[in-house]
Design a protein around this ligand. Structure first.
Ligand code: ZN
Length: 77
């Protein structure tokens, strides 16, 4: 059994995250696809922006900060 790398809950569906953080990551990646169509933001810039704006939800913020902290997980190609 594996555990969420962020919060330590039991991991969801063989991912590295619990259900909540996995859903946050999926949402984050799909909204990046929309962002990328509208602007030239890179993935890193997008993550940085998410960490700065107030509207970012708690779960998404956890994931964004995990990505920003440098293990490079789940960067879309
Ligand atoms: Zn978690």
């Amino acid at each position: 059994m594996s555990f969420c790398t962020i919060c330590g809950r039991v991991a969801w569906n063989k991912s590295d995250f619990c259900r909540y953080h996995k859903e946050a990551l999926d949402g984050l990646q799909s909204s990046y696809e929309l962002w990328r169509k509208a602007s030239e933001l890179s993935w890193d810039e997008y993550i940085e922006k998410l960490c700065q704006i107030d509207e970012t939800g708690r779960w998404v913020l956890d994931v964004a900060e995990q990505i920003r902290s440098g293990d490079g997980l789940s960067t879309p190609t």
